[in-house]
Design a protein. Structure first.
Length: 80
């Protein structure tokens, strides 16, 4: 299930930042994000927030394992 961007705005900022940080850490592991310094991390969080707002990144809730994940819109298959 996709979580609408407007719903994310009702989350505490720290909660959304932690979700974004988790997403960025998976990018480090996958080689998609190379810098892990504090300044680079803060910049990456800002960029992720922008991409969420633009709809390039989406938050998906998995009912199977009761978890949230940020994914690029091209990685999500919407089931009919």
């Amino acid at each position: 299930m996709l979580i609408p961007y407007q719903s994310l705005l009702s989350l505490p900022s720290e909660t959304l930042d932690n979700l974004i940080k988790e997403h960025l850490l998976t990018q480090v592991e996958d080689g998609g994000f190379e810098h892990t310094g504090e300044q680079q991390l803060n910049q990456a969080i800002i960029q992720c927030r922008q991409q969420l707002k633009q709809g390039l990144l989406l938050v998906e809730y998995s009912e199977d394992d009761e978890s949230f994940a940020i994914r690029h819109k091209d990685q999500i298959t919407i089931k009919p």
